[in-house]
Each structure stands twice: as structure tokens, then as C-alpha cells.
Design a protein around this ligand. Structure first.
Ligand code: PEP
Ligand code: MG
Length: 312
């Protein structure tokens, strides 16, 4: 597409044949949410709440948290906002959720797992989200990071529903992708975190530049796991988002839609490029691109095959 057409693209997100695919933003606080509201996005697909508290030595009070969540909700009145509960640990250390020295922090007590030893961290946060929802009249969706089992999804969903919140979980661990039907039976939606799903599928640290060829979301093994989640979402008739960096690659975005993904959340700066590319591809071409990528055994070939199928 011509650069001027991309710059003009202003949503809403759909394929060329009108299948809606929400184009959403990843944000980290009120300021970034207000900035995102000036981009062509329909809402927030990932609010990384831990990033709002990186400088805090102690747990923020429920009132302090409520004020921040309100700011984010107020940036998109009536729009979709997905708030992720604290994803502390490994690459995002939070002082007040510190687990001490762990031999393998990426495989340690991180994300939702922290709530087992410190349940208050999760319940206070859910109380604050519910208070922000009540104060603004908005209906945020809430999702947990690093879920590996259906039981974790069930327990998290119960805490959300007790507070009138719509529960979902992130699919970032291969186990969650493999058991997507069982997990989707517990929650109202899932969102695939392709950064961690790739890290854990390929057993390659997402922070390592030396391993960049392995931590590539075009790896066909990762695409196969995404296909399983997309199919499970279609069978359950529940939304399947992607909120990792993969959602910012316009060709991969079309493949993801072909795999059954129903919303794409990324940096607001990529939304126009992704939206414009998707508006050029009908669902049949997205599905053909997905099938072509899945038929390969390496990431470079997958991307080439998908691009060829999209332009065919
Ligand atoms: C991911 O893992 O893809 C994701 C969206 O979460 P984060 O990057 O914050 O770990
Ligand atoms: Mg993650």
C-alpha cells in the first residue's frame, strides 16, 4: 500500500470482505493511554499494569491503583479496554512482588503464580479495577498473565466474576495453547502473548539478541500453537486476541486472522500499517496465507509463503 493510504487509514479494523478485527493498543499508564487514543485504534488490548508501578517499593494502595485504572479507562470512553493483572518477575521485576533469588526466573514464580503466595496482590488489584469500572461506568475485561493450567484459569475467573469483571487469560505458555479448549471453558476470552509464547516454545530467552532467529514469531512451531488456540476460540465462539509484538507485523497480522485471531493489539505506532494491510486482504486470502505458512518448516520460508499467498 501507498504510504499516504496507510497514513489515512483510520479504522475500524476489518478484512477486505468486512470481517471485523479490532485493532487495539498496548499501553502502560494513563499518559500512554491518552496518547494511544489519538492513534487509529478502537481501544486497549493490553494494559501492562506492572509497568505503572516499576518505581514503587511497596504495594500501591487500592485507591492509588483505582486512580490509575480510571485514567486509562477514561482515555477510551465506551471503548474496549483489557487490563492485565500484574505480570511481575523475570524481565519485569517489581520491588513489592520480589521473589528473592531464583535459579530460573523466567520459569519461576512470576505472573499469576505470584498470587499463590501473595493473594492480596491480586485481590487488591481486582478490587481497584472494579472500583475504577464503577466510577467510570466502563466495563473493562481483565486477564491474567502466565497461565499454564485450566485450574488457574478457573480460580482467576471466579475472583473476577465475584467482582462483576469479565475474565480472560493470556496464552503465553505452550501448555495453555495445547489445552486451549479446557481453558476457554473457564473464561470469556483469551489473548495470545506471542513474545512469551515464542520464548517458551523455542526455549530461547526473548531478551537475547543472539537467539533472535529462534525468538521469531514466524517460527512454524509457534504458528501451530496459535492455530490450536484460534480453532478452540472458534469452536467456543469466544474472542482470541494477540497482544505480543507479532500483532505489529502487517503480513503476520493477516496470517493471525487466518488462524482465527479476532483482535490485534500492538504499539499504537503500528496500527495504521496493520489496519491498512488487513483492509486489503479478504478472509480467504488470510486463511490461504496461514495455510501456506503452516506448510513450511522455517520462519523465513513461512513469511515468504504467506506473503506470496496474500498477493496471489
Ligand atoms: C507477551 O508475552 O507477548 C506479552 C504481550 O506480554 P509481555 O510482553 O508484557 O510479557
Ligand atoms: Mg508476556
Amino acid at each position: 500500500r501507498h504510504a499516504a493510504e496507510i497514513a489515512r487509514w483510520n479504522g475500524p479494523g476489518t478484512t477486505a470482505d468486512g470481517v471485523p478485527v479490532a485493532i487495539l493498543a498496548n499501553v502502560q499508564d494513563g499518559i500512554s493511554a491518552r496518547k494511544a487514543s489519538t492513534a487509529p485504534v478502537e481501544g486497549i488490548g493490553l494494559f501492562r499494569t506492572e509497568l505503572a508501578f516499576l518505581d514503587r517499593a511497596t504495594e500501591p494502595t487500592v485507591d492509588e491503583q483505582t486512580a490509575i485504572y480510571r485514567e486509562v479507562l477514561e482515555a477510551f470512553p465506551g471503548g474496549k479496554v483489557v487490563i492485565r493483572t500484574l505480570d511481575a518477575g523475570s524481565d519485569k521485576p517489581l520491588q513489592f512482588a520480589d521473589q528473592g533469588v531464583e535459579a530460573n526466573p523466567a520459569l519461576g514464580v512470576r505472573g499469576l503464580r505470584i498470587a499463590t503466595g501473595s493473594p492480596g496482590l491480586l485481590t487488591h488489584q481486582l478490587d481497584a479495577i472494579a472500583a475504577a469500572a464503577a466510577a467510570t461506568g466502563e466495563s473493562p475485561w481483565v486477564m491474567a498473565p502466565m497461565v499454564a493450567t485450566a485450574a488457574e484459569a478457573r480460580d482467576f475467573a471466579a475472583l473476577c466474576r465475584d467482582r462483576g469483571l469479565t475474565p480472560g487469560v493470556m496464552v503465553e505458555v505452550p501448555a495453555a495453547a495445547l489445552l486451549a479448549p479446557a481453558i476457554l471453558a473457564e473464561v470469556d476470552f483469551v489473548s495470545i502473548g506471542t513474545n512469551d509464547l515464542t520464548q517458551y516454545t523455542m526455549a530461547a530467552d526473548r531478551m537475547s539478541s543472539e537467539l533472535a532467529a529462534l525468538t521469531d514469531p514466524w517460527q512454524p512451531a509457534v504458528l501451530r500453537l496459535i492455530e490450536m488456540v484460534g480453532r478452540a476460540g472458534g469452536d467456543a465462539n469466544k474472542p482470541v486476541g494477540v497482544c505480543g509484538e507479532a500483532a505489529a507485523d502487517p503480513v503476520l497480522a493477516c496470517v493471525l486472522v487466518g488462524l482465527g485471531v479476532t483482535s490485534l493489539s500492538g504499539a499504537p505506532t503500528s496500527s495504521a500499517t496493520v489496519g491498512a494491510r488487513l483492509a486489503d486482504a479478504d478472509l480467504a486470502h488470510c486463511r490461504a496465507a496461514a495455510a501456506a505458512a503452516l506448510a513450511t518448516a522455517d520462519p523465513i520460508a513461512a513469511r515468504e509463503a504467506a506473503a506470496a499467498a496474500l498477493s496471489g
